[in-house]
Design a protein around this ligand. Sequence first.
Ligand code: FES
Length: 339
Amino acid sequence: METVLMREEALARPDDERQKKLYVTLKSITSLADDINAFEFVSADGEPLPAFTAGSHIDVHLPDATIRQYSLCNSPDERHRYVVAVLRDPAGRGGSVAMHDTLRAGDKLFISAPRNHFALSKSARRHVFIAGGIGITPVMAMIAEVRKRGEPFHLFYCARTPQRAAFLDRLKTLIERGDVSLHFDNGDPRNGLDLASTLERRPADTHLYYCGPGRFMDAIEAASAHWPAGTRHCERFSASGAIKESEAATETETPFDIELRRSQKILTVPPGESIVDVMRANGVEVDTSCCEGYCGTCMTRYLAGEPLHRDTVLDDEDREEFVMICCSRSKSPKLVLDL
Ligand code: FES
């Protein structure tokens, strides 16, 4: 699978990040569109929250102990709150339904510090955003940032209907100015944005950012395949087709050892089991969410060995230092983890 995400901001140490759980109050829940609510979190002790960059997401630790990732959609200038927008998806894995149906204003819960796998390029002179449905959430923060920088951009915002499109009120001025175009397909992608013609030409120094449902992302990836490496950035909320296909190779996998350097443990990962499975079976706690290599929750630094990467988050540079232990394996007989 080609990794199209390339970020220019250094990743914080994942083990440090995992320790940085923030205790917050859910201050408000606001309806943004059909089945889409905004959830506003403030720190429980009234202190400013850690700063974040456009494109960041947080882990939300739900009352049933599941962890879900949601992109921050408020301005990165704000330190007094984090805002996420969540589409209630009954066909999903349950996180969005729990957010909508069980959380109430005033609830206290833990979230992670923000992490960014979808950062704006610092070298781009112009930015093209394509958002599908709830994929608009990180793009709202990114647009706030590029406007602050004074850099030109265009957002193609695709949704089924206006009723299912969040933030239309906030985008009104930009729509009138021509910086944002709306594309409603009423459920038939043939009526939607023509991706091939939209992405055929790449203006100089332009970077592309896209986020939305899996098939929508796959179509954009294919339509922009001719764009130069490093100019396309995306964030997935489900595993790509390529990742799912790779699961079929499980039977042919060979066992390998993992060394947890700081815990001084050596464990064997057999075929068909993940590194996370083996760690948990041996009493080692590890946070996971998607378990399919697209959310970044399990990102771990490795110190030696050669991982067989199977995520859709890390770019080539990051893969020299980090591995997603929920889905990746090892090409070398032993993989040494900084755990
Ligand atoms: S748990 Fe999501 S990438 Fe590993």
